[in-house]
Design a protein around this ligand. Structure first.
Ligand code: LMR
Length: 339
């Protein structure tokens, strides 16, 4: 009798702690989250991943162990998404431009050039119905979306001076795996070349591609400024991320652990949003200081020429992304920016 109630008591307390009663030693094994990403640890994404690790481990009293694999050291862009679905890694933060090959092409709305006037307008979309719908759709792919992280707005770079859109004509440009990026490159009469992020530096160095687009932070931390003579602050497109987890791993977690991780993610996200801008500002200053890349700052007239050249991309991709979605987004942006 006594033994029975003791066993019941143990089972109940184990369940309360979020364990199935599968043996004490097994219950004490830490839950390991392998978090893979492709940028350096110094970037905003890299630092926020570290912050998440620190908070998750601390708040779970060591029950959770987060192993971070930066620099694409485990997987490159495409492979990491497959690895997540297979459960070989548990967490990623790919750019929103990389969900097309997964069949989630609507994420590419964030790639539409000159759609978003500023970071606030993006955050509004991410935290609103569109962002929620996008994240929810991932469930059908065995993925749970946790959070949106920031990088910033993109610039173009090449080995020839770029000030007007026609300066990119005929150049081979490294892009991410997004059809919107492809349409954008073609609108500039350049040739798109999808290349994994970890291969981008070498592709530029060896002349496999002539130029690229990215944020100052990515350009600097990948040392692309050492192999690109010119850059121009077009700020034509946005680079952001979705922090995602393997859905089964996530739903199988003891609720108390999941709640702890959600709180760590919330705080890491806030931190990431706070540091992303400065990260890009510092990187631009460092590139300028290096003297390796000459940075051209556009005049308002020059910027207008880029907007004019890239605006047609919006209509060109509406069929792929869903014209309702693109119209909704455009209306939302127009309302938010009208005086
Ligand atoms: C790129 O491929 O250029 C970016 O998505 C890399 C990153 O994760 O910021």
């Amino acid at each position: 009798m006594k033994t029975m109630s003791l066993a019941r008591g143990l089972a109940a307390s184990a369940l309360l702690n979020g364990f199935a009663l599968t043996g004490v030693s097994q219950a004490q094994e830490p839950i390991v989250i392998k978090f893979s990403h492709v940028v350096t640890p110094e970037t905003a994404k890299g630092r926020a991943a570290e912050r998440f690790k620190q908070l998750a481990e601390q708040r779970s009293n060591g029950r959770v162990k987060v192993e971070i694999y930066p620099n694409g050291s485990l997987y490159k862009d495409k492979e990491e998404l497959e690895a997540l679905q297979l459960g070989s890694v548990q967490m990623l933060a790919p750019s929103l431009s990389k969900f097309g090959p997964l069949g989630e092409k609507e994420f590419e709305v964030f790639d539409i050039p000159y759609m978003f006037p500023n970071r606030e307008s993006i955050e509004r979309v991410e935290s609103g119905p569109i962002g929620r719908k996008l994240m929810a759709k991932l469930e059908t792919k065995g993925i749970t979306g946790l959070s949106f992280w920031d990088n910033g707005f993109m610039i173009f770079s090449a080995n020839r001076p770029i000030s007007v859109p026609s300066d990119l004509k005929g150049l081979k440009m490294r892009i991410q795996s997004s059809k919107v990026k492809e349409a954008q490159t073609r609108a500039l009469h350049a040739i798109p070349q999808v290349t994994a992020f970890s291969d981008a530096y070498q592709a530029l160095q060896t002349g496999v591609v002539d130029g690229t687009e990215n944020t100052w932070s990515n350009m600097y931390t990948q040392k692309m400024h050492e192999v690109q003579k010119y850059a121009v602050d077009t700020y034509h497109g946005y680079l952001g991320y979705a922090v995602i987890v393997n859905a089964k791993f996530w739903s199988d977690l003891p609720p108390v652990i999941r709640a702890t991780l959600e709180s760590a993610m919330k705080d890491a996200t806030q931190y990431e949003h706070e540091i992303a801008d400065k990260d890009n500002e510092d990187a631009m200053a460092a590139i300028e200081k290096s003297g390796r890349t000459k940075i051209l700052h556009l005049t308002p007239e020059q910027r207008a020429a880029w907007v004019k050249a890239l605006l047609p991309v919006r209509d060109a991709v509406a069929g792929r992304l869903g014209s309702d979605l693109v119209t909704e987004l455009a209306r939302d942006q127009a309302m938010a920016t009208s005086p």
